[in-house]
Design a protein around this ligand. Structure first.
Ligand SMILES: C[S@@+](CC[C@H](N)C(=O)[O-])C[C@H]1O[C@@H](n2cnc3c(N)ncnc32)[C@H](O)[C@@H]1O
Length: 280
């Protein structure tokens, strides 16, 4: 994952600016100012990429539908405890913790958590969020945390948005096993997004040629840890990890019915809704 000089993931800055652009509540004080020029620059590069590969979806709309669909699924779950893994500069915790009945934990790498705390501390609205007893910023690495020791308690929603594409299958399985074990003890739901390679839109001929140059000639593999699994194989892996129920939501199929913002813009992000049964 590319990082800036503060060791913060550049992708988290881009998504933060997307939530601000999309008008998600609280994003106005959670979004670092430095992310806005990055958002504009990446979108210009994206426009060129989409000109070369016309089947590719608009990146900000993909993210917008992903974020809004997870918000809806979280609201539907109606759980009073939320653990958001890899929360980045998402404003979801600031929104949800306005309800004092909701206990919200944002978890991310230490430098990201430090930056988020600084960002919130820089405004009166942010300081009000930091002062809430039902809001917590917790630093750690999802690959090295003991979920059962740290998060056991009442039923909870575990979220990981924009994370699994950076992890190899082994790393995904490691996190999924731990989350399934936690939900088997506490009850609740795990929501995350992941687009397997076969669900990515086809590149054009020119796009395939440029991709070949990038990957084979310049040996630049990019940030994502793609493998050959399709969505059904990902579902099988989630079952193997311990989830009995795995539903897959395609934003392109639900955008209109769920009245997602800008629903008319086509997208295809997959959200996985996973449950692990508690023993009787
Ligand atoms: C693409 S950003 C997504 C941020 C946020 N979920 C959103 O959608 O706006 C990826 C996030 O994953 C976090 N991350 C990466 N590796 C991690 C790890 N091993 N443990 C915890 N967080 C991690 C990064 O710090 C970053 O905030």
């Amino acid at each position: 994952m590319d990082r800036n000089r503060d060791n913060v993931a550049v992708s988290a800055l881009y998504t933060a600016a997307t939530w601000r652009w999309a008008g998600f509540e609280c994003a106005e004080f959670v979004t670092p100012a430095q992310s806005l020029p990055l958002f504009r620059w990446v979108n210009r590069v994206q426009s060129l990429y989409r000109w070369i590969n016309p089947a590719v979806y608009s990146l900000p709309h993909q993210l917008l539908h992903r974020h809004a669909a997870i918000d809806k699924l979280l609201a539907d779950a109606g759980l009073a405890r939320v653990l958001e893994l890899a929360a980045g500069f998402s404003a979801r915790g600031s929104r949800c913790s306005r309800d004092p009945r909701c206990q919200y934990i944002e978890f991310d790498l230490p430098d990201m958590i430090r930056s988020k705390r600084e960002q919130l501390a820089a405004s009166a609205d942010g300081r009000a969020v930091l002062a809430r007893s039902n809001f917590e910023l917790r630093a750690g690495d999802v690959l090295h945390v003991d979920f059962l020791a740290d998060f056991v308690g009442s039923p909870l929603a575990v979220l990981s948005e924009g994370l699994m594409m950076y992890f190899s299958r082994e790393q995904q399985m490691q996190v999924w096993r731990q989350v399934a074990q936690l939900l088997r003890v506490c009850g609740g739901v795990y929501l995350f997004d992941y687009i397997p390679l076969p669900d990515e839109p086809q590149r054009s001929g020119l796009g395939r040629f440029l991709h070949f140059l990038r990957a084979r000639v310049f040996r630049w593999r990019g940030d994502f840890a793609y493998d050959a699994r399709d969505r059904h194989e990902v579902r099988c892996d989630l079952h193997l990890a311990g989830f009995e129920v795995v539903d897959i939501v395609d934003t392109g199929q639900v955008a209109a019915a769920w009245q997602l913002p800008q629903a008319m813009v086509p997208t295809r992000t997959l959200i996985y809704v996973c449950k692990a049964r508690r023993p009787l």
